[in-house]
Each structure stands twice: as structure tokens, then as C-alpha cells.
Write a protein that binds this ligand. Structure first.
Ligand code: FES
Length: 132
């Protein structure tokens, strides 16, 4: 039978293992961001057209067919490929294995099983702020 000290030291070991697992999970988390895009700059011109999209700071920023600007994390939650925006289907699409996500980032088709992170978008004149 193990004594109290041995038991406590075993607990310490498993707590450490849990910490390591939590850190590994954190390394693939979507980034926290707070940036702006100037729609008058050519690099962001795609956002002046419904259906257009750009990548910035690990985020895909897209303009829907109804003209709303939306933003989600760009890396597919399956294996990290950059997703694309398909405005005709109102969805984000991963060209690697075909996962699809709604405009708010929810999984609508696997193999991904975790949502893309959705960011808050505020448009003021020509300036788009993406935050989250
Ligand atoms: S990397 Fe996106 S579906 Fe596999």
C-alpha cells in the first residue's frame, strides 16, 4: 500500500501532465487581435466588392453578398489550411479536405469539428476594425 507522501507526489505528477496538455492545446488557438484595415488602400480593395475577402493578422475578413463585413480566424481547425470565403454559399470553405463553416465560423461540414473564432467587426467610414 502507498503512503500519503507517495500518493501526493503521484498527484503532483498528473497535475503537471495536465498542465502540459493544456499548453499544447493553447498553441493552436486562434489569435487575439485588434487591427484596422483602410478600405482606400489597394491591399484591402477586395473588401469594396460583395463576396471579396482579404487575410490579415491570421484572420480572414470577408464581405458578404448583402454587404456586411465579417471576420473569423483564417486557419482551418482541422489541420490549419487557410480557409476561403465562398459568398455564393454564404460560407467559409477549406480547400484541403473540404470542411465548411458558416458566416459566424460554426462547422457546417467536417472533417473539422471545432468552430473558427469569430471576431467583432466595426466599420467607420473607410476604416474596418477587427477585434477579438
Ligand atoms: S485542413 Fe481544413 S479540412 Fe483539413
Amino acid at each position: 500500500m502507498m503512503d500519503r507522501k507517495e500518493f501526493l507526489s503521484m498527484l503532483g505528477l498528473s497535475a503537471g501532465a495536465l498542465t502540459i496538455a493544456a499548453c499544447m492545446g493553447g498553441s493552436v488557438a486562434a489569435p487575439n487581435v485588434d487591427f484596422t484595415l483602410d478600405l482606400s488602400q489597394s491591399a484591402n480593395a477586395a473588401l469594396n466588392t460583395n463576396g471579396g475577402y482579404v487575410y490579415s493578422n491570421g484572420v480572414i475578413v470577408a464581405k458578404t453578398t448583402s454587404g456586411a463585413i465579417i471576420a473569423v480566424s483564417a486557419s482551418c481547425t482541422h489541420e490549419g489550411t487557410s480557409v476561403q470565403y465562398q459568398s455564393s454559399n454564404n460560407r467559409f470553405y477549406c480547400p484541403n479536405h473540404g470542411a465548411t463553416f458558416s458566416n459566424s465560423g460554426s462547422v457546417t461540414q467536417g472533417p473539422a469539428n471545432t468552430a473558427l473564432k469569430q471576431y467583432t467587426v466595426t466599420v467607420t467610414g473607410n476604416v474596418v476594425q477587427v477585434k477579438g
